[in-house]
Design a protein around this ligand. Structure first.
Ligand SMILES: Cc1cc2nc3c(=O)[nH]c(=O)nc-3n(C[C@H](O)[C@H](O)[C@H](O)COP(=O)(O)OP(=O)(O)OC[C@H]3O[C@@H](n4cnc5c(N)ncnc54)[C@H](O)[C@@H]3O)c2cc1C
Length: 331
C-alpha cells in the first residue's frame, strides 16, 4: 500500500505540519505494511535538496523531488498539475495533506482531477482491515459529535488538522530514495499570479502553531480587555485569540478569530475569557488539550466544555492569575 504526502518546506527545512504528516504516515505504514512516498515541490537549489534529505530522515522511503523556479512559491494550478502527474505515475492508495492554507486549497483540486472523494479537516485516521479502507475522524458541532469520513473506494484523500499528530523524529540513519523528476511547465494554464506579499499584523506567534492561546470574547467589554490577556499570554509563552463577537466589534485583528469562520487551533492550553462557548467558536478550539474558562455566568455553555472553570469577572481573575503563573513557572 502506498501513502503519499505533500511536503511543505522553507529554507531547506520541512515545516511542522509536514513532520506531523510524516509521523502519521509512518504509523499507518506500519499497520498496513505500506510505503511512504513524499512529493516535494520547490525551487532548484541546495535548499530543496536539503529538505529532501530531511524527509528521508523523517521516514520517507521515496521522495519525488520536483524542482523548478516556477515552484518557488505555492501556485494552485502548477502544484495541482505536478501532483496530478505524480499521482498518475505512482497510483497511491492514501494521499495526506495538512489542513492548512495549501492543503485545503490543493486537496480538493486533486480530488476533482482524479475523480476521488476528499475528507477534510481530520484529527486522526483509522484503518479498517476488514474493508481495507481508511476513515478520518472529524469533529462537528463544536466537537460534540464525531464524524467518520471516508470515500467509497480508493484512493483516500485526507487533510489533517495541524497539531493533532505526533511529529516524526529525525533519524539520519534512515535510508530512502530521492527521485528527481523532470518537469516541464509547458502547457500548464496558470490562472493565478502572485503580485506581492504583506506581513500580517496579527501578532508574533501564529495561532495554528501556538501551544498556549488566551482568547477573549464579548465579555471583555472593549479592546482594552485584550491588554491583560496579552500579558497573561506572554507569561505563558502563548498568543492571543478571539471570538467572532470580539472581532466583529473591532476590538482585535480578524486574523485572531477562532472558530467555524476563523482559525482551527489545537494548543496544549486554551484559556477562554468572556466567551460563552457557542458551537461555532468551539468548533475551532475543540482539539485543544486542556480548556480553562473564565466567565461571570456559571450557566454559560463553555463550562460544559472546559476542564477547569472560574466563575468571576475577568478584570479580577486574570490579574490574579498572572503573578500566580509567574510564580509557578519560576519554580
Ligand atoms: C455561520 C456562523 C459562523 C460563526 N463563526 C464563528 C467563529 O468562527 N467564531 C466565533 O467565535 N463565533 C462565530 N459565530 C458566532 C457565534 O455564534 C457566537 O455569536 C459568538 O461566538 C459569541 O461570541 P462570545 O462568546 O464572545 O460572545 P457572547 O456569546 O456574547 O458571550 C460573552 C460571554 O462573556 C461573559 N462575560 C460577560 N462579562 C464578563 C466578564 N466581565 N468577565 C468574564 N466573563 C464575562 C458572558 O457571561 C458571556 O458568556 C458564528 C456564527 C454563525 C451564525
Amino acid at each position: 500500500m502506498k501513502i503519499l504526502i505533500l511536503a511543505e518546506a522553507t529554507d531547506g527545512k520541512a515545516n511542522k505540519m509536514t513532520a506531523e504528516l510524516m509521523g502519521l504516515a509512518g504509523r499507518l505504514a506500519e499497520i498496513v505494511k505500506g510505503e511512504v512516498h513524499v512529493a516535494l515541490l520547490g525551487p532548484q537549489g541546495s535548499e530543496t535538496q536539503q529538505a529532501a534529505g530531511e524527509l528521508v530522515a523523517l521516514g520517507a522511503q521515496k521522495v519525488h523531488l520536483f524542482s523548478h523556479e516556477a515552484l518557488n512559491v505555492y501556485q494552485a494550478d502548477l502544484y495541482a498539475q505536478v501532483l496530478h502527474s505524480l499521482f498518475r505515475e505512482i497510483d497511491p492508495d492514501v494521499v495526506l495533506f495538512g489542513n492548512d492554507i495549501i492543503g485545503r486549497d490543493l486537496a480538493p483540486r486533486l480530488a476533482v482531477r482524479i475523480g476521488a472523494g476528499c475528507s477534510m479537516d481530520c484529527l486522526d485516521l483509522v484503518y479498517n482491515p476488514e474493508r481495507g479502507s481508511f476513515y478520518g475522524i472529524h469533529p462537528v458541532y463544536g466537537g460534540n459529535v464525531i464524524n467518520f469520513l471516508s470515500s467509497r473506494r480508493r484512493p483516500y484523500l485526507f487533510t489533517i488538522r495541524p497539531r493533532c499528530q505526533e511529529p516524526a523524529m529525525e533519524d539520519k540513519a534512515r535510508k530512502g530514495e530521492i527521485i528527481e523528476v523532470d518537469i516541464s511547465m509547458d502547457g500548464i494554464r496558470q490562472r493565478t499570479r502572485i503580485v506581492g506579499y504583506s506581513t500580517s499584523s496579527g501578532g508574533d506567534v501564529r495561532l495554528e502553531d501556538a501551544r498556549v492561546i488566551v482568547s477573549g470574547g464579548r465579555g471583555l467589554g472593549g479592546p482594552e480587555g485584550f491588554e491583560v490577556l496579552k500579558e497573561l499570554a506572554a507569561v505563558l509563552g502563548g498568543t492571543v485569540g478571539a471570538s467572532r463577537a470580539a472581532v466583529d466589534s473591532g476590538w482585535i485583528d480578524p486574523n485572531r478569530q477562532i472558530g467555524l469562520t476563523g482559525k482551527f487551533v489545537s494548543p496544549q492550553l486554551y484559556i477562554a475569557v468572556g466567551i460563552s462557548g457557542a458551537s461555532q467558536h468551539m468548533t475551532g478550539c475543540a482539539a485543544s488539550k486542556t480548556i480553562i474558562c473564565v466567565n461571570t455566568n456559571p450557566e454559560a455553555a463553555i463550562f460544559k466544555r472546559a476542564q477547569y472553570g472560574v466563575v468571576g469577572d475577568y478584570r479580577l481573575v486574570i490579574p490574579k492569575m498572572i503573578p500566580e503563573f509567574k510564580k509557578i513557572l519560576k519554580e
